[in-house]
Design a protein. Structure first.
Length: 131
């Protein structure tokens, strides 16, 4: 993502969570990734706490960016049995829980989101501070 995502001082040192990336990019720094054949900790976090719980899980791991390829999610679900909690609508669900769209355009199926460092908004609920 280097050179494509403008630097954000709040997010410069965090990890990148890749969710079904299908295009190779150079990503500098720590990367968190699960294949369709791995136990998916993001899926576990979504089942345990919904999108807001997944955001809390990301914050605990120091994830600052989330890269989501909706088309690849669908392909992996149909062909390899990707974790059922990981859906093509994941980016919208995470944005509803407080993630922000990064100022980068990688096409209509790819979202790069910023994980908040201060507050997480429960879907359908009030905003609260996480400790």
């Amino acid at each position: 993502v280097t050179g494509r995502v403008p630097p954000d001082p709040e997010h410069v040192s965090g990890a990148v969570l890749l969710v079904a990336p299908s295009t190779p990019y150079l990503i500098m720094g720590r990367v968190v990734y699960f294949t369709a054949f791995d136990r998916n900790a993001l899926g576990d976090a979504l089942r345990a706490g919904g999108p807001a719980g997944a955001v809390q899980w990301m914050r605990r791991l120091g994830i600052h960016y989330v890269w989501i390829d909706a088309r690849e999610i669908e392909r992996l679900r149909q062909t390899y049995g990707l974790d059922p909690a990981i859906t093509p609508g994941l980016a919208d669900a995470l944005k509803a829980a407080g993630l922000r769209q990064a100022p980068v355009d990688l096409g209509p199926e790819v979202s790069v989101l910023l994980v908040p460092t201060g507050q997480v908004r429960p879907v359908g609920g009030r905003t609260g501070r996480n400790h």
